[in-house]
Design a protein around this ligand. Structure first.
Ligand code: DI6
Ligand code: FE
Length: 400
């Protein structure tokens, strides 16, 4: 039977709406895991008047949050590298010295399947506690066939162990493994693309990602991975313009990418290409903050060109050891001057698009009844406080 929720306000984040889409004194009708109706309580259709009611006690309802960019399946940690960077070493210097991503690769290759899941669950739980109901998880710390598959299976298993939806991205082109040092092209042909095919055959891949950077892969190499993705019928996304500008965002847009992520060094041509392709800009302030980056992504230009912006944690053991989507929202506002309304759209409506999902991220009739209920007066509070979690409850698939 449909159930009626009475909220103080509902931030619907309705499509095409640049603000919160706030409905004061709202009612929501949930039916069979979907939103059946939303609007002012006074307008509740009479058919629903006799349905069971659940009063949310003057609280705010938003779509459940979506963390659309994480590397939360991995082993080990890089606290020592954190110390090195505080002594003055740069992220690139640490990487070139065999640390960085490759140190996590060593730990991840040595981890058991159960170990990978067990290490990831506390990070997943931290996100769930902040109202997250959908997460993306990347591979990319295996860089060999078996470990990449193990990471993706661990990601799928998380969805079976926790009330959370998981979208996987194959990130075989994340770093050049030591056994292929100076042979990046051979790595792409001999390991990355064959592993993509194996993972896809096992149903483990929802999208294909890459790291286009001087310390990782060139645009030509990424293009080869993207061609393989296209032949598999898989959408692509890209870590682009994080540390320098190699034109990765425009390359990704040319492949109709769901998203281009990081983007600190994005230029006007890249912004235009993304706008034309409808590629979402995923803003990752946790990495900007952790690396003490000083060049911010061109937010005003993205906004001016109508490029949708998502915000994510980039939760990973090196450049963004941050398992908090609320902190990512706060940082996006304070460091990059997103408005709190943009930050909320960035972890709901636009995050869904960055994952190619159109059934969530907005409160509207027909969409999944994945909601977050907050002890807040106004949605700006979600971005405003630091280190405080006002979540009251999550509602997943209409389950209170
Ligand atoms: N950029 C990032 O921020 C993460 N991967 C990437 O390509 C960092 C991954 C790490 O440092 O372990
Ligand atoms: Fe990342």
């Amino acid at each position: 039977m449909p159930e009626v929720l009475i909220a103080c306000d509902a931030a619907t984040l309705a499509a095409g709406d640049s603000g919160y889409g706030l409905i004061r004194d709202a009612a929501l009708v949930l039916d069979q895991g979907r939103i059946a109706w939303v609007g002012p309580r006074a307008d509740l259709p009479s058919d629903y008047a006799a349905m069971p009611r659940h009063d949310l006690g003057g609280r705010l309802v938003t779509p459940a949050l979506i963390d659309c960019h994480t590397h939360l399946v991995h082993a080990g940690n890089r606290a020592t590298e954190f110390e090195m960077r505080l002594q003055g070493a740069s992220y690139e210097e640490v990487a070139r010295a065999g640390g960085g991503i490759l140190s996590t690769v060593r730990a991840t290759r040595a981890a058991s399947p159960e170990g990978l899941v067990a290490t990831a669950l506390p990070f997943v739980d931290a996100l769930i506690a902040e109202g997250v109901a959908t997460i993306e998880i990347k591979s990319g710390y295996g860089l060999d066939r078996d470990t990449e598959l193990r990471m993706l299976r661990a990601a799928r298993q998380i969805a079976a162990l926790r009330p959370i939806a998981v979208r996987t991205s194959f990130l075989g082109a994340h770093a050049i493994p030591p056994d292929y040092a100076s042979r990046a092209d051979a790595y792409i042909d001999e390991v990355c693309i064959p592993t993509l095919h194996s993972a896809h055959a096992e149903g483990l891949v929802d999208a294909v990602d890459g790291f286009c950077e001087g310390i990782a892969f060139s645009p030509d190499q990424i293009a080869r991975v993207f061609e393989a993705a296209r032949l598999c019928g898989l959408p692509v996304k890209l870590h682009a313009e994080q540390l320098s500008n190699l034109g990765g965002a425009a390359l990704a847009a040319g492949f109709g990418a769901l998203s281009a992520d990081h983007l600190e060094y994005l230029d006007a041509a890249g912004v235009q290409a993304m706008a034309a392709a409808g590629t979402v800009a995923v803003i990752l302030p946790g990495a900007f903050y952790t690396l003490r980056e000083t060049q911010a992504p061109p937010i005003a230009l993205l906004r001016a060109h109508g490029v949708r912006m998502a915000v994510a944690s980039d939760m990973n053991p090196g450049s963004s050891p941050m398992a908090s989507i609320l902190l990512a929202m706060n940082m996006a506002c304070t460091l990059f001057r997103l408005t709190p309304a943009e930050a909320l759209a960035g972890v709901t409506r636009n995050a869904a698009r960055a994952l190619g999902l159109f059934d969530r991220g907005v409160i509207a009739a027909g969409l999944r009844a994945d909601l977050a209920v907050w002890t807040c007066q106004h949605p700006a509070e979600l971005s405003y406080r630091i280190g405080f979690n006002p979540l009251h409850q999550r509602i997943i698939g209409g389950e209170l």
